[in-house]
Every structure is written in structure tokens, then in C-alpha cells.
Ligand binder design. Structure first.
Ligand SMILES: [Zn+2]
Length: 88
């Protein structure tokens, strides 16, 4: 598997090779290929309160330390728009 980053300038995002590899599938049902996903989280010190980082492999856009609803919306939007650029 080619795990090289395909977009420059991502050094600050702390992506590991699995995050850089293409071919992820939507969790938890593995139905749909995804290009944008949540890859990191930060516990804010309160029970059940986390912020998340999300990344799009197609356009390189990302969000850092946002509430789950925002990262979900980011991933859904990019999987719809940027994911449509994928050719199976
Ligand atoms: Zn995108």
C-alpha cells in the first residue's frame, strides 16, 4: 500500500501512515469509501466532553479541536463533495 502523503504541508497535523493511506471506509458499517474522517481527539477534562480533529484527503482541508457535531458535519460535507471526485 502506498502510504505517502499526496498533499504537501500536512506536517503539523500529526497524521500517521494509516491516516495518509487512501481506501478508508465509513464506520461502523464499512459501506461507503470515505475521504474525510476524524483522526484525533482531545478530552477537555469534563466527563464525556471531547474535541476532535478531522481531515479531508482530497482537498487537504482540516478542522482542529472542534465539537463532534462540527467534525461530523465537516466529514460529511467533504465526503459528499470531495468524495464524489473518487473513481472506483
Ligand atoms: Zn475536501
Amino acid at each position: 500500500m502506498d502510504a505517502e502523503a499526496e498533499i504537501d504541508g500536512l506536517d503539523g497535523l500529526e497524521l500517521d501512515p494509516a491516516h495518509r493511506a487512501r481506501g478508508h471506509r465509513q464506520l461502523p458499517n464499512f459501506d461507503t469509501p470515505v475521504v474525510a474522517f476524524i483522526y484525533n481527539y482531545k478530552w477537555l477534562g469534563l466527563p464525556g466532553v471531547y474535541y476532535f480533529d478531522a481531515f479531508c484527503q482530497i482537498c487537504g482541508d482540516h478542522v482542529d479541536e472542534r465539537p463532534g457535531v462540527e467534525t461530523d458535519a465537516f466529514a460529511n460535507a467533504h465526503n459528499k463533495s470531495c468524495g464524489s471526485l473518487l473513481v472506483d
